[in-house]
Design a protein around this ligand. Structure first.
Ligand code: AMP
Length: 188
């Protein structure tokens, strides 16, 4: 199974993604993490990536798409994976479908995390990551509502989306996410 998590920064996507991937026994594929690693390990693209991250802007597809394609070729992704923070645009969703055209692991299904915007600011303020500065957060939220949120239509129109209330205790959110995924799997 291929699962996509869509949600604004601060929605708890990353935490839930790790837990859900472990629960389902599939690989966790976080593009944010891959990009932060690319900065940290001194790859030539690191400096470019760093500039996008600090600005809170989406890293360009000529960087992101090859990194995803490379990661997907690894053994642990063969039977399924959970995409955390990818795709973030319609172009990326189409590129992912193309990458997975002959994929035996099943179609891509998506879960959207719903959190009111005011709560996101509170959560992000307490997190302390370098791209959690106020101006960067504002830009990341703007990018989300303008570019990534409309992406839910791409999956919804195909009956491949479930929306989850992501406010509340992490255990409760986890249970809702699993229920959503089971619903999507049942339709398979
Ligand atoms: P995340 O850890 O998912 O919140 O991502 C942190 C930052 O990495 C984002 O604000 C973007 O700058 C960048 N990023 C992560 N995933 C993507 C993606 N799929 N496309 C472009 N940029 C991304």
């Amino acid at each position: 199974m291929r699962i996509v998590f869509i949600g604004p920064p601060g929605a708890g996507k990353g935490t839930q993604a790790l837990r859900v991937a472990a629960h389902l026994g599939v690989a966790h594929l976080s593009t944010g993490e891959i990009l932060r690693e690319a900065c940290a390990d001194g790859r030539p693209i690191g400096e470019r990536v760093q500039r996008y991250l600090e600005a809170g802007r989406l890293v360009s597809d000529d960087i992101v798409l090859p990194l995803v394609a490379e990661r997907l070729k690894e053994d642990d992704c063969r039977s399924g994976c959970l995409f955390d923070g990818f795709p973030r645009t319609r172009t990326q969703a189409e590129a992912l479908d193309a990458m997975l055209a002959d994929d035996p692991a099943g179609r891509v299904v998506a879960v959207e995390f719903l959190v009111p915007e005011a709560e996101l600011y509170d959560r992000l303020a307490g997190r302390g990551r370098s791209d959690d500065k106020e101006a960067t957060v504002r830009e990341r939220l703007r990018q989300y509502s303008e570019t990534t949120s409309p992406l839910t239509d791409y999956y919804d129109a195909r009956g491949l989306l479930q929306r989850v209330d992501a406010v509340g205790a992490p255990d409760d959110v986890f249970a809702r996410v699993i229920e959503a995924i089971e619903g999507l799997a049942a339709d398979d």
